[in-house]
Write a protein that binds this ligand. Structure first.
Ligand code: 13P
Ligand code: SF4
Length: 328
């Protein structure tokens, strides 16, 4: 078995029903498949659990199976491994990175922290284990506001790495957190002009926006929230049409939960494509999932010294989120 490229390179037997075989292998290996909302439709269809970053972190801790196949990006697998070092955590293609996480290398972030003595460090989940190890508390877009609110008003805070989420949280909490200048390539490239055109085409539609989007996009939102918050809003709101400004994989679950409603993906500002996709998320395919289950590889590894430092801010996030009733 060869994993040099970051995924198992092995031939897939001809004529097999990949979905059926994946489900068989899952049972055989006593594994659970978890998928983020941005995964390909066929991966979400096979997953035991789908969720946002917060739910996936919490689920990793809760499930009993010894093997977790995390269909998402590398930091999500790393978070699961940090929380559950005794489990085998597999991400079917380790090349599934995250531009936002890459915008915050640990040595630079450490220097930034040193430039701001006396600050509590809040980091978004979209970071490497090394950055988490430098952090006091992790947040996701599903709990960032509430966790920031839980600190005394005069506490000095650093927020990294997403400038859009950080500035958004500053604007809704009245804080003046020092914000690292990172961003997600996918959410940064939504086109305000094209969303306005869509609004003219669908005058009754509501606009759903992930907080990783820049301010002009957030300003025309009817709802700003994590992938799960946007999904819940779409399910509960009476509106029948939604323009969705986040990675287009979320449309799978939105359509599944609300077959009678219409979801229109907000387009990026480049190319002719109507949807905005995260190329990293889309690296996970049925073939790679099949081989990863068959060979139980490639597994995520985190060195123990980093893990011990990184687990504290993640557990702190989960504790605060549980106390605030954000997760059960
Ligand atoms: P959520 O926490 O909303 O699932 O978002 C994760 C992510 O990577 C957004 O780009
Ligand atoms: Fe990272 Fe952006 Fe992809 Fe989310 S959509 S995983 S933030 S690159």
């Amino acid at each position: 078995m060869n994993v040099e490229k970051g995924y198992v390179e092995a031939p897939i037997p001809a004529g097999i029903d990949l979905k059926e075989e994946i489900l068989k292998l899952k049972k055989e290996k006593n594994a659970v498949i978890m998928a983020h909302f941005y995964q390909r439709d066929e991966i979400q269809e096979l997953a035991d659990y789908i969720g946002d970053s917060l739910a996936l972190a919490q689920l990793a801790q809760k499930v009993e199976a010894p093997v977790i196949v995390l269909c998402g990006v590398h930091f999500m697998g790393e978070t699961a491994k940090i929380l559950c070092p005794e489990k085998t955590v597999i991400v079917p293609d380790l090349n599934a990175g995250c531009s936002l996480s890459d915008s915050c290398p640990a040595p630079e972030f450490e220097a930034f922290i040193k430039e701001h003595p006396g600050h509590t460090v809040i980091s978004y989940a979209n970071t490497s284990a090394a950055v988490k190890a430098l952090t006091d508390v992790i947040v996701t877009s599903g709990n960032a506001k509430q966790i920031v609110d839980s600190f005394p008003e005069d506490e000095k805070l650093i927020f990294g790495p997403d400038r859009n989420l950080g500035n958004y949280i500053n604007s809704i909490t009245g804080r003046e957190m020092v914000v690292w200048d990172g961003y997600c390539e996918v959410h940064e490239k939504f086109s305000i002009e094209k969303i306005i055109e869509l609004k003219q085409q669908y005058p009754g539609a509501k606009v759903l926006v992930h907080p990783e989007c820049p301010k002009p996009i957030r300003l025309i939102a009817d709802k700003i929230g994590s992938t799960k918050a946007l999904l819940d809003f779409a399910v509960q709101d009476d509106c029948k049409q939604f323009i969705v400004a986040t990675e287009s994989g979320i449309l799978y679950e939105m359509k599944r939960r609300c077959p009678e409603k219409e979801f229109i993906p907000a387009p990026p500002d480049d190319a002719g494509c109507a949807c905005n996709e995260c190329a990293y998320m889309k690296l996970i395919t049925l073939e790679k999932l099949y081989n990863s289950l068959k060979y139980l590889a490639p597994a995520i590894e985190v060195d123990e010294e980093t893990r011990v430092k990184a687990v504290r801010p993640i557990e702190r996030m989960l504790d605060i989120s549980t106390k605030l009733g954000l997760i059960k």
